[in-house]
Design a protein around this ligand. Structure first.
Ligand code: PLP
Length: 394
């Protein structure tokens, strides 16, 4: 049988089609709006998932959630915000939307997330250089792996700098038994099409109390004052999730636990099948404090290994050429693999931003690949992927 293409992480709907049921209900009741019963229901489902320890605001994206989180913390023109360099641009761009400046912090080798020691060095150095403390810290649980929260939160407390936890990849991950999303002052989630659950596009902001939630809802709906006519005293945003998207989210919440179990099973399978493959290391929980949802499974590859894939000599390639050869080979076999994030401090758009680096994220970018991991990936697919990797070794 011909192998169909295997993607990194595709959207996957419930077998009972609950997503369509909630969407149909929205149509039938004409709640085609950025508010309605699905929005309230989805927020309630998420609040229950987090044991009612946070108030949730459903938004149009995680990027919007990070933007509003920064505004809640009072980030504005000229402020500095400490950002995890090894991540997607969506974690940093909202800093610039606020007129503030990102300052990048490199990763630690175990979690691949923000290095707490560099974070402390950066805070001290920014105070010395600018005379002001950074206004906030954005820490990411990248690919589902929790950050080193005990150490990160201790630094935040020591210098009294608030933290935003970007748990876009980490719905269902835990650190020391606490769900990701609950660390720091505010937490963010993504429900983009490739995430642990999807609303097609969407995100959420996890707030500590009802007053913060009320203000975030106000800001996300154009900051409309409570008048019978349109009265605006603040610049707001059109960031609320629609009742249609939230309907998808309600259906998806019913299969979140299945998705989590599936991602973790695939991780275990990758782990078993990669035993004895010298020079290829799966990114694993560093110790028993960490319980990653393994949104994506990632490998790092010894750059001395050679693979049979042919890379185009005319295209410039920043990852290691041997690693890129493996990616090309997998692509030809119908397997989507993707280089790990290119660190933000190496992105041309942020070339002038201060950065506190140790070389870890640059090295990970050069030698790492994300492998297919979602609910549409079967055990047979994983076996095929590992076979391809072994076949490609020269
Ligand atoms: C770590 C991280 N943060 C934020 C985002 C942005 O999420 P959204 O697409 O919902 O804005 C992503 C998207 O992939 C992400 O990986």
């Amino acid at each position: 049988m011909e192998q169909s293409r295997i993607y990194l992480c595709l959207a996957h709907m419930s077998e009972s089609n609950l997503e369509q049921h909630y969407i149909k209900e929205a149509f039938d009741t004409n709640w085609i709006a950025p508010l309605g019963p699905n929005v309230n229901g989805f927020e309630a489902d998420l609040e229950a998932f987090f044991d009612d320890r946070r108030k949730v605001v459903a938004l149009s994206s995680c990027t919007a959630a990070i933007h509003l989180a920064l505004l809640e913390l009072g980030v504005g023109q000229g402020d500095e915000v400490l950002c995890q360099s090894f991540s997607f641009c969506a974690c940093t761009n909202p800093v610039t939307y606020c007129g503030a400046k990102p300052v990048f912090i490199d990763s630690e080798p175990d979690t691949w997330n923000m290095d707490p020691k560099l974070l402390e060095i950066a805070i001290q150095d920014r105070v010395e250089k600018t005379g002001r403390k950074p206004k906030a810290i954005i820490v990411v649980d990248l690919y589902g792996m929790p950050a080193n929260w005990e150490a990160i939160e201790a630094v935040g407390r020591r210098y009294d700098v608030p933290i935003i936890e970007d748990a876009a990849n980490a719905l269902g991950s835990f650190y020391q038994g606490q769900p990701c999303g609950l660390f720091g002052e505010l937490g963010t989630l993504s429900f983009n099409g490739n995430k642990m659950i999807t609303t097609s596009g969407g995100g959420a902001l996890l707030c500590a109390d009802p007053q913060t939630k009320k203000h975030v809802v106000f800001m996300s709906t154009q900051a409309r004052e409570p008048f019978p006519y349109y009265q605006h005293e603040t610049i707001g945003f059109n960031y609320r999730m629609s009742n249609i998207c939230a309907g998808i989210g309600r259906g998806q919440m019913t299969i979140l636990e299945n998705h989590l179990a599936h991602h973790k099973r695939l991780h275990q399978l990758y782990h078993e099948l990669l035993q004895g493959v010298d020079g290829i290391a799966l990114h694993e929980n560093p110790d028993n404090r960490y319980d990653s949802c393994f949104w994506l499974n990632n490998i790092t590859i010894d750059p001395e290994l050679h693979f049979i894939g042919q890379i185009d000599p005319h295209t410039s390639c920043e990852p290691n050429p041997n690693v890129e050869a493996l990616r090309v080979y997998l692509d030809q076999q119908g397997v989507e693999a993707r280089p790990l994030w290119k660190p933000m401090h190496k992105q041309p758009v942020y070339k002038d931003a201060p950065a506190y680096v140790n070389g870890i994220s640059e090295q990970l970018f050069k030698v790492g690949l994300c492998l297919p991991s979602g609910p549409c990936v079967s055990d047979e697919n994983v076996k095929f992927i590992i076979k391809c990797i072994k076949d490609a070794l020269v």
